[in-house]
Design a protein around this ligand. Structure first.
Ligand code: GAL
Length: 752
């Protein structure tokens, strides 16, 4: 969540007006006097190179580049400490202020700060220069071996200046304890910086904490601050108790509260730090996973944070949208941030939506030398300190994904996680069963779940399956597309076999760009139940259909309606339909050809088993008629779906996710392009170059023209730094033009 400005603290975002010089070719580009007039003006989040959505070389973005930001600080900073906070730079950043080198941060997934105070001119112009190394350096996790994903490059998350008093609150861990009992409380640990400085206030300071529900203060606690009481890291504890009844954070009601910690000098607040929390109890036990005392079967997917064209450099809105897709479209109750700490915006949305998170450190199979391992330890610490207040996060992943056992290393990562946060369990993803378990949960990528050996592994949690075993594209043959659905369904069914299995996270939510050693021939892993544009494939229908019908009826055929796509011809023959109805009637033309119940024989352990009909046949070469599917619940018709037999592209849609953007130069929304049959169904073989024309205060992020792939695709529209109306015209070669309007609201200016 956003840091609030209060007490002595002021936060000044500096995301606009960066000057980007591209590949760094000269030594002195970090010097204040360097002539940067030829640099491009860019806004963060920024990718060091715009790329096609597939078929490019990772070497295209692997270079060292230079960013410069001139600024005159807002008034009032004299006598205060000033920091620059980077939310994430891929992969290493060396930072200079006014020619003074402040240091290098290695690692692209965790935030870092440098203190500027000693080199800052509070009244004049300053120059922040950042040398960004986006090469795959062997000394930095996840690199050193091979990895099945791309990391991209640039200052791809936000940056801010932060002005604070000489003594300030550097971090707060507000830990709900005994959430289900009358003794529930919040143990607040505030980390103070500067207590022993010469310019620290002389008189005793007071630390005050409040639990708030909107404007209401539910509990307060105070203590005096003595430097001797603080730990080496400036930690001081307070307890918010006697809370009375609080609403729990749960999947369907993700209730959030606020904890505000204030540092007072006399009665004057010299700093204030606010964070959100939720009261919930989450435990993996030998009897399964329990949330708030209730057994919950975990059903979710893995997510890579990368997007087409810009890699990781998407602003808050599309990051948040991913959480919405997982929770609302895919009805997941959990996501794994494979294989690194992801955008804070994404995690905020998980908190707000009630989507559980398994977050893990960067890495993929390879364990490096002692220095590399120290950085991985640093990542454990940075991840936990950044994210410990998110109620959505219920498990810390403290192993390098799919690495070999390494007792010393993993004893350290586990011990560190437990010292920092004793309220969450640890996991760590392995891919072999006889692995030494140093974590609390037996998290395993189990791609052969037909041989589930879970009973021997209490707290078994399957963290990956399907994936590379069955890459699937929109336009694949009907047999493959349906098999993709069945494989996801089969594993979740097996995970339902035994209450002791915590559940599973399929590989994966969205297709992603990867290295040449992986993926299909275009360096994409087509492992998603959605494509790289986040557009559902039929396997998404399986996940969606596992929701309670009260939350929405789902009726998703997993096949295209054609006589001749299956080997041998004659219709799809067997048709898989994902639905949470309890009965389906299938009509070809007007003829009722089948009436079916969910396939409980094959999928008896799913809440809503897929339906399978073997009556979807015709004679190849004979007239083919429309399919109509009626969905019933308790005898009542609740859904209907028609699939056209004519094999003609009829509809063309350009649909934005949002009707409004903020004119800050970075806010963006996706515009989904799709061709349909007469009844709005996907046309997975539709092609066409969509010509895009944009007017108004925005720009297209993506290919133009955009060549549809599998009948669909998307570009993003980014707002410029001024209000107005964006009009995007999308023209299909045959199906006409769609116009999308997006209002751009004014954004507050940046203070410097
Ligand atoms: C796993 C790995 C993932 C991804 C997946 C593909 O082994 O952990 O990152 O590569 O395979 O199925």
């Amino acid at each position: 969540m956003e840091e609030r400005q209060a007490g002595g603290r002021e936060v000044f975002p500096i995301n606009r007006n960066w000057l980007y010089g591209g590949e760094l070719l000269v030594e002195d580009a970090t010097a204040p006097e360097f002539d940067d007039s030829a640099f491009a003006r860019v806004t963060l989040p920024h990718t060091n190179r715009l790329l096609p959505w597939h078929g490019f070389d990772d070497k295209d973005y692997q270079f060292v580049s230079i960013y410069r930001r001139h600024f005159t600080p807002p008034p009032g900073l004299r006598g205060r400490r000033v920091f620059v906070d980077f939310a994430g730079v891929m992969t290493a950043a060396t930072v200079w202020l006014n020619g003074a080198r402040l240091g290098e941060h290695r690692g692209g997934y965790t935030p870092f700060s440098f203190e500027l105070t000693d080199h800052l001119d509070p009244d004049g112009e300053n120059l922040l220069a950042v040398e960004v190394d986006s090469t795959e350096r062997d000394d930095i996790p996840p690199f050193g071996g091979r990895i099945d994903y791309l990391t991209f490059g640039g200052i791809y998350r936000e940056v801010a200046l932060r002005a604070v008093a000489p003594v300030f609150i550097a971090n707060v861990f507000a830990k709900p304890v005994d959430a289900l009992a009358d003794s529930r409380r919040v143990e607040v640990r505030a980390f103070l910086d500067g207590l022993r400085r010469a310019d620290a206030p002389q008189g005793p300071l007071t630390l005050e904490a409040e639990l708030r529900d909107g404007g209401r203060v539910l509990a307060t606690a105070r203590r005096t601050v003595a430097a001797e009481d603080a730990g080496a890291d400036g930690a001081l504890d307070l307890t918010l108790a006697d809370l009375g009844d609080v609403a729990l954070w749960d999947l369907d009601s993700p209730r959030l509260y606020e904890v505000v910690v204030r540092l007072l000098d006399g009665e004057a607040a010299i700093d204030e730090y606010a964070t959100r929390i939720g009261f919930r109890e989450a435990r993996f036990t030998p009897e399964g996973f329990f949330l708030n005392g209730r057994r919950v079967k975990l059903r979710g997917l893995n997510r890579h944070q990368t997007f087409p064209f810009v890699g990781g450099a998407m602003p808050a809105r599309p990051q948040r949208r991913d959480a919405l897709i997982l929770k609302e479209e895919l009805a997941c109750n959990m996501v794994r941030t494979s294989h690194y700490p992801q955008s804070p915006h994404f995690l905020d949305a998980c908190d707000e939506l009630g989507l559980l998170v398994f977050e893990e450190i960067p890495g993929w199979q390879h364990i490096g030398d002692a220095g590399w391992q120290d950085l991985a330890l640093r990542d454990v610490e940075a991840m936990i300190r950044r994210d410990w207040n998110h109620p959505a996060i219920v498990l810390w992943g403290v192993r390098i994904n799919e690495s070999r056992d390494d007792r010393d290393f993993y004893a350290r990562t586990n011990a560190l996680a437990r010292v920092l946060d004793d309220s969450r369990q640890t996991g760590g993803v392995r891919n072999f069963f006889d692995s030494e378990l140093l974590e609390d949960v037996f998290t395993i990528n189990d791609f052969n779940p037909a041989e589930l050996r879970a009973p021997n592994h209490p707290r078994y949690f399957n963290t990956e399956f399907v994936g590379h075993m069955f890459p699937t594209k929109h336009g694949d043959n009907v047999e493959r597309v349906q098999e993709h659905v069945l494989r996801h369904a089969t594993v979740h069914d097996q995970l339902g076999l035994d209450d002791r299995y915590a559940g599973g996270l399929g590989w994966c939510a969205f297709d992603y760009n990867t290295h040449a050693d992986f993926g299909s021939g275009d360096r994409v892993c087509y492992h998603g139940v959605c494509d790289i544009f986040r557009i559902a494939k039929p396997a998404a229908g399986f996940y969606a259909s596992q929701r309670d019908p009260a939350a929405g009826i789902v009726l998703e055929p997993a096949f295209g309606w054609a006589l001749g796509d299956r080997s041998g011809g004659g219709g799809p023959g067997v048709g898989v339909i994902c639905s949470n109805c309890d009965r389906l009637k299938l009509y070809i033309g007007d003829e009722l050809v089948d009436e079916i119940a969910p396939d409980r024989e094959r999928f008896g352990h799913l809440p809503y088993p897929p339906f399978v009909s073997d009556k979807l046949v015709g004679l190849w070469g004979q007239p083919w008629r429309d399919l109509r599917i009626e969905g019933y619940l308790d005898g009542e018709l609740v859904a209907e779906r028609r699939l056209a037999a004519d094999g003609v592209d009829r509809g063309f849609y350009a649909t934005p996710d949002d009707a409004e953007l903020i004119g800050d130069g970075s806010d963006a929304t996706r515009v989904v392009l799709r061709v349909t049959d007469a009844f709005d169904n996907p046309r997975p073989f539709a092609t066409g170059a969509i010509a895009l024309a944009l007017e108004g205060p925005g720009e297209i992020v993506g290919d133009n023209p955009f060549a549809l792939v599998g009948g669909v695709g998307a570009v993003w529209v980014r707002a410029r730094e001024r209000p107005g109306l964006i009009r995007l015209r999308a023209t299909h070669p045959v199906l006409g033009t769609q116009t999308v309007e997006i209002a751009v609201r004014p954004a507050p200016p940046e203070a410097c």
